[in-house]
Design a binder for this molecule. Structure first.
Ligand code: ADP
Length: 311
């Protein structure tokens, strides 16, 4: 891994606008409630991970599809301001930008409806136009908020070119991942639930986590990292299978912890760090993110991770 010195990272995934209304209680079917504050946040797992990479000093380009509407334009502008290469953000003339409508009550219970919009229309034909971006990248990071055929296409093309393909299989896939996809992965990074779903095995302790990670490797993924929330993450490669504990913090909002973890991990790997060091870096970055409210807004900057004081 030492030949990887600040190599290029490409994120291929979703971009959404989260629209949140706070209210005293969630409406029942047919009911209208007068809400309180309204706010909009940029979101989508792809965009969240690209922002995390950029803030931590990685060189990153982002491929996604937005509608040709005000939300799409705003997302693109915000991503540019983060220092992300947005040359491959495609504009959909038929579908609106992805949005999530979120109602949040006084007890932090929520109701969320997502309209994927243009994200569901990011197709292999678009990625064929982004071949130069794939060519330039050394690490390619994807999630599952875009069509599976697109994820499979990118993985096949990129692995064929000898790139390191990293899949964060979130949200949990509704159908099993194809054998060809798993075999093309340099790394897969499920959380506990996703790892259980992929293998059909329950995780109850470190030993069963190791078993599940080994089962995923048996399916063909070269390396596996299972994230375990406040417990940390387990890494399984051909030479090690080890638990890396999380950093102890006062968590206030764990939204996008996994997104920050994945972005940070890619930055560390792109700098040539070894597994344990890279995961510790990702654990630090995601620990900082859970001490703050929000998704993209909670992603830390490099200096914060480098100066993080832990217990
Ligand atoms: P996801 O958000 O995808 O469900 P996890 O909940 O497993 O992913 O969190 C990803 C990583 O974020 C963990 O491996 C850990 O390093 C960090 N993390 C999550 N929750 C906490 C927490 N409460 N305290 C410290 N670190 C946390």
């Amino acid at each position: 891994m030492n030949d990887l010195r600040r190599h290029n990272i490409l994120v291929v995934g979703s971009s959404n606008t989260d629209m949140v209304i706070k209210t005293n209680h969630l409406p029942r079917p047919g009911e209208t409630v007068l809400g309180g504050t309204f706010f909009m946040n940029p979101g989508g797992k792809g965009a969240n991970q690209a922002v995390a990479v950029a803030r931590l000093g990685g060189q990153v380009a982002f491929v996604c599809k937005t509608g040709s509407d005000i939300f799409g334009h705003q997302s693109q502008q915000l991503l540019e301001e983060e220092g992300i290469d947005t040359s491959y953000i495609f504009s959909d003339t038929k579908n609106p930008s992805g949005v999530a409508l979120i109602t949040l009550d006084a007890h932090a219970e929520n109701c969320i409806v997502v309209a994927s919009g243009a994200n569901a229309n990011l197709l292999p034909s678009d990625l064929a136009k982004a071949e130069e971006a794939i060519e330039k990248a050394d690490l390619i990071l994807m999630q599952l908020e875009i069509p599976m055929e697109t994820v499979e296409y990118v993985a096949r093309i990129a692995a064929g070119k000898g790139k390191m393909v990293i899949l964060n299989p979130a949200p949990a896939p509704s159908a099993p991942l194809s054998e060809e996809l798993i075999k093309s992965l340099f790394l897969i990074t499920p959380n506990e639930t996703e790892a259980e779903l992929i293998t059909g095995r329950k995780i109850t302790d470190i030993e069963t986590t190791k078993d599940v990670a080994r089962l995923i490797r048996d399916k063909g993924a070269k390396n596996v990292i299972i994230t375990l929330g406040s417990k940390g993450a387990l890494v399984c490669t051909d030479i090690l299978c080890e638990m890396i504990p999380a950093f102890k913090v006062e968590a206030v909002d764990t939204t996008a912890a996994g997104d920050v973890f994945n972005g940070a991990l890619c930055v560390a790997l792109s700098e040539g760090r070894g597994w344990v060091e890279a995961i510790r870096f990702a654990c630090k970055a995601s620990a900082i993110s859970v001490t703050r409210v929000g998704a993209q807004s909670s992603a830390p900057y490099r200096a914060e991770v480098d100066t993080f004081i832990y217990k």
